[in-house]
Design a protein around this ligand. Structure first.
Ligand SMILES: Nc1nc(=O)c2c([nH]1)NC[C@@H]1CN(c3ccc(C(=O)N[C@@H](CCC(=O)O)C(=O)O)cc3)C=[N+]21
Ligand SMILES: [Mg+2]
Length: 282
């Protein structure tokens, strides 16, 4: 069996076309959605991601501002900037790129962002809203994965989904979204005994462990839908996911690649969240 490819890049392009229409409809009513991205320090990967986010805003006709600060920026200064952006009517979404330098308390920063402008969906209010089944702004990566499952016509209701990884930004919100959609969800973590026993039961596997090519074909049920959230470098420095694509694509029914899978959807759902924030909170 050779798996169908879930093409995140294509789904992202289609979704962006839809976002672009809604942006122009909103602009016609005098509201131009705006995103502020804050980057602290000089992590080269962060620079690439952040410039991609700003570029994507342009593609859908959104306003964006990029604020860059040196690594020694104080937490107080950063909080001051967030408060200013919270009160800036031209800005509907605020994203503080992670990771932050160690001297800055990440939790304090994320909680300082107004929940109505929290387009990452990381604020306690937004995490809690998802948890209690009344989602407001949702974490971009799992939100994007939900769109990928929808586009690949994967049935969630009654299905068994296994999430490998329990982070606050991917694993936990992912599990909540699929649970809400009617799936039976197992959340595995780095300490799970006999992980393959769990993944082999799954109709849907979401790999978000941060270990290159960790999920192999022998760990899958035949025909499973596999979404790879990983972003790693392999032994040759090439970008690769948490799934061993070569073996997994022989067993899976559908699989998302890296690159060209979840990554482009994460950025697209950031735009979607900014649009939703502008539509709902102005
Ligand atoms: N506050 C915050 N929010 C984030 O959403 C956030 C963050 N911090 N810090 C870093 C991670 C990483 N991230 C990516 C998004 C898209 C791609 C992406 O588009 N990847 C392309 C490939 C890119 C390449 O070639 O390097 C793909 O998968 O096809 C990658 C990584 C968002 N993050
Ligand atoms: Mg990808």
């Amino acid at each position: 069996m050779t798996a169908k490819i879930i093409n995140g890049k294509q789904i992202a392009a289609d979704t962006q076309a839809f976002i672009k229409e809604r942006v122009s409809a909103l602009s016609a009513r005098g509201i131009n959605p705006g995103l502020a991205v804050i980057l602290v320090g000089d992590n080269p990967a962060s620079h690439v991601y952040v410039s991609n986010k700003v570029k994507s805003c342009g593609v859908v006709g959104m306003h964006s501002v990029l604020e860059q600060y040196p690594a020694d920026l104080t937490e107080a200064k950063l909080l001051e900037r967030i408060h200013a952006l919270n009160n800036d009517a031209s800005i509907h979404g605020i994203l503080v790129q992670l990771p932050l330098p160690k001297h800055i308390n990440e939790h304090a920063v994320l909680e300082a962002i107004s929940p109505t402008k929290d387009v990452d969906g990381f604020h306690l209010i937004n995490a809690g809203a998802l948890m209690t089944g009344q989602p407001r702004l949702r974490a971009c990566t799992p939100y994007g994965v939900m769109k990928m499952l929808e586009h690949s016509e994967t049935v969630l209701r009654g299905a068994h989904a296994v999430v490998v990884g329990a982070s606050n930004i991917v694993g936990k919100p992912m599990a909540m979204m699929m649970l809400q959609a009617g799936a039976t969800v197992t959340i595995c973590n780095s300490k799970t005994r006999d992980l393959a026993h769990h993944t082999r039961q799954a109709n849907i596997v979401i790999a978000a462990v941060g270990r290159a090519k960790f999920i192999t074909g022998d760990m899958l049920k035949a025909g499973a839908v596999v979404i790879d959230v990983g972003m790693n470098r392999d032994e040759n420095g090439k970008l690769c996911g948490d799934v061993d694509f070569e073996s997994a694509s022989q067993i899976a029914g559908a699989i998302s690649p890296v690159p060209g899978g979840v990554g482009p959807m994460t950025i697209t759902m950031l735009l979607m969240n900014t649009l939703e924030a502008a539509e709902q909170y102005t």
